[in-house]
Design a protein around this ligand. Structure first.
Ligand code: GLC
Length: 625
């Protein structure tokens, strides 16, 4: 049993279930599975007897269909699912059911797609994939957990496994059976817009927490009713690309890292970036997503040595490779040549959201012309079918309907309590002069900053929409301002201003500042200085002559020297998600901070750009009360 350092669990009952302070209890089945340390026990190749029997019956078109993944809102009409024998459908960050973004609409969309497979000769069910990277984050009302950078600061694999177990439950509530997570990137340059999708700069910590996430999603048995196929991504060295810095039209530096080129020798590649995949394969991950990026100038999505020789032969990966979104297009300007290079390099399924018809036709031509050998097609389809058999999708008595009883717990208090605990454990206390923290619950408090009442900033990217959005568009969440108001005694007084004005008369100021939401390359940033507006807000509260507590909401360490100097206390809260109450728990001492930095915190942009020097805070730093 994994040691769980979770303040909210008052006991582990005799039956192994864990009880929350609220007295509610996650279902025993989930928790017992979640807390079982063993990896997925049955090797995927053990299904080859059943798989090969099916493979022998399949036509070339049925095989190519299994290798083709289309995006729901690009499928002209759902009949294309059976017309092209599609093996999979995805909903990317901005792809939602036409009927809306709630639980019912998502569930109906899933069931409508699965129903189409019954019109095919072999009736092979779909894998339906979404990016559940911090909860079932596309769906209104889902619990949004802290992004990986915050979870890395918990150093708690038991917590991460439980988070992904609960996430799997909320995914299955919509019927969906595949998540393109966990991201097991090892970010080396925090100017990268996907830094927050990484647990840490340290490969060993990423491997540990990545394995926990895979166990959480896939459970002990990939065919379990609450299990979801995991996808370790993005293979390989997506977080190790070299920044390309140019000068923009406004004269400011522009840094491009996302989908760039990782320029390093093989020893470095293996030491830093391969290690989490060794762990993921050991944990029995069923799918892996090659990266858009390149290694020494060659696109990973077409890199035979990486995809086949290392991952499949050397590491013995028995699942399948799913390309990133239109990543195959980047391999060669001639799409047909690009397809040939990628499939022959070892890609097994193609994420071709709006080009699925073209992909299907061209790959069929390539096979008939002998440019892609049938053995390669059979290997790809075998890998996909292994996973479908392991998931129980091929069982004659399997249901293609969602289990709507799971709606009862979707977004419910038990799940929110877990997310609150994750927030508590992810917050890192960087400064606390004069024991400014914890704050008395009877104090007069002035809250300020554009992040104080802003669930969008709390959640960051990959929340309801791909890029996320500032404001309070995430139903069911608790902003930090609301959490403070929930926590103080009736005798206390809490005032608020976005710009920090009006703090006079308060006994302490709490200023919540940080980054606006972003995802992927749109988050690449050459200058990580704090926004001037945030600095002014801190100054305004400081001018009131009261102690100042700064709470930073960010997807990475920022250059904070100026406001750190002004602050009496400073908390790094990262991107905590919907449960802002966890931040208040730390502010008022209901939880003694335990978070430790999972990234080195630079003192200047020079250091971010690689120049040596003493960092502002070392990797692993974190104070407590
Ligand atoms: C995106 C991301 C990848 C995601 C995929 C599907 O571009 O690179 O992480 O899983 O497309 O949304």
């Amino acid at each position: 049993m994994i040691g769980l350092r979770l303040g909210i669990f008052t006991e582990t009952a005799m039956d192994g279930s864990l009880r929350f302070q609220t007295g509610s209890c996650l279902s025993l089945a989930i928790l017992c599975c979640a807390l079982t340390a063993s990896a997925y026990c049955r090797p995927l190749s053990s299904y080859d007897g059943q798989v090969d029997k099916l493979l022998q019956q399949m036509t070339l078109e049925e095989k190519i269909g299994q290798m083709t993944q289309a995006e729901l809102d690009h499928i002209r009409d759902l009949n294309d699912i059976w017309r092209f024998q599609l093996g999979s459908v995805l909903c990317g960050g901005d792809s939602d059911p036409k009927a809306g973004n709630g639980l019912e609409a998502w569930t109906q969309a899933y069931e409508d797609c699965q129903a189409q497979t019954l019109k095919t000769r072999l009736q092979i069910p779909l894998l339906f994939g979404v990016d559940a990277v911090h909860g079932h984050n596309n769906v209104l009302g889902a619990v949004i957990f802290p992004h990986h950078i915050g979870l890395g600061c918990t150093r708690d694999p038991g917590l991460v496994e439980l988070i992904y177990r609960v996430t799997a439950q909320e995914i299955r509530a919509t019927g969906i059976n595949w998540s393109f997570s966990p991201c097991v990137t090892v970010p080396q340059d925090i100017r990268w817009g996907r830094t927050y999708e990484g647990f840490s700069e340290d490969p060993a910590l990423v491997e540990l927490l990545g394995q926990a996430a895979i166990r959480g999603l896939q459970g002990q048995d990939l065919g379990g009713p609450l299990s979801v196929l995991a996808c370790a991504k993005h293979y390989l060295a997506d977080g190790g690309t070299k920044a390309v810095v140019t000068i923009g039209r406004d004269g400011r530096q522009v840094a491009r890292l996302d989908q760039g080129d990782a320029q390093m020798d093989e020893a470095t590649l293996r030491r830093i970036h391969l290690r989490p995949y060794i762990g993921a394969v050991k944990a029995g991950v069923g799918s892996i997503m090659p990266s858009y990026s390149s290694w020494n100038g060659i696109k990973c999505s077409g890199h035979r040595y990486l995809l086949t020789d290392i991952l499949k032969k050397e590491l013995g990966f028995e699942g399948f490779l799913i390309s990133d979104y239109n990543a195959i297009n980047q391999i060669d300007p001639d799409y047909k040549a690009a397809i040939a290079k990628s499939i022959n390099a070892g890609m097994d399924m193609a994420m071709v959201p709006n080009q699925y018809r073209q992909f299907f036709t061209l790959l069929r031509q390539l096979v008939l012309e002998g440019q892609v050998p049938m053995e390669r097609i059979d290997d790809a389809v075998r890998r996909i079918l292994r996973v479908k058999f392991a998931m129980g999708l091929m069982d004659k008595d399997r249901s293609l309907m969602a289990d709507r009883t799971l709606w009862q717990s979707f977004g419910g208090q038990a799940h929110r309590q877990l997310a609150r605990q994750a927030v508590r454990q992810s917050v890192v206390l960087l400064k606390n002069d004069g024991h400014c923290l914890p704050i008395s619950k009877r104090a007069r408090i002035h809250v300020a900053g554009r992040g104080a009442d802003n669930l969008g900033m709390q959640c960051g990217g990959w929340t309801i929409t791909w890029q996320g959005r500032p404001g309070n568009l995430v139903p069911g969440g608790t902003s930090i301002l609301c959490a403070i108001r929930n926590t103080v005694d009736r005798s206390a007084r809490v005032t608020y201003s976005a710009d920090g004005s009006g703090a006079e008369g308060a006994q302490v100021g709490v200023v919540v500042v940080g980054e606006q939401p972003y995802a992927e390359g749109l988050g690449d940033n050459a200058d990580l200085s704090l926004d001037q507006q945030d600095i002014e807000t801190v100054k305004n509260v400081k001018a009131a002559g009261i102690p100042v507590v700064v709470v930073l909401l960010s997807g990475r360490p920022l250059i904070i020297n100026e406001i750190l100097e002004m602050a009496d206390a400073f908390l790094a809260a990262w991107l905590p998600g919907t449960e802002g109450q966890g931040v208040a728990d730390v502010l008022f001492g209901d939880y003694n901070p335990t978070g430790k930095l999972s990234f080195t915190w630079p003192a200047s942009m020079d250091q971010v750009q690689g120049r040596s020097g003493k960092p502002l805070f070392e990797y692993g730093f974190g104070l407590t009360y």
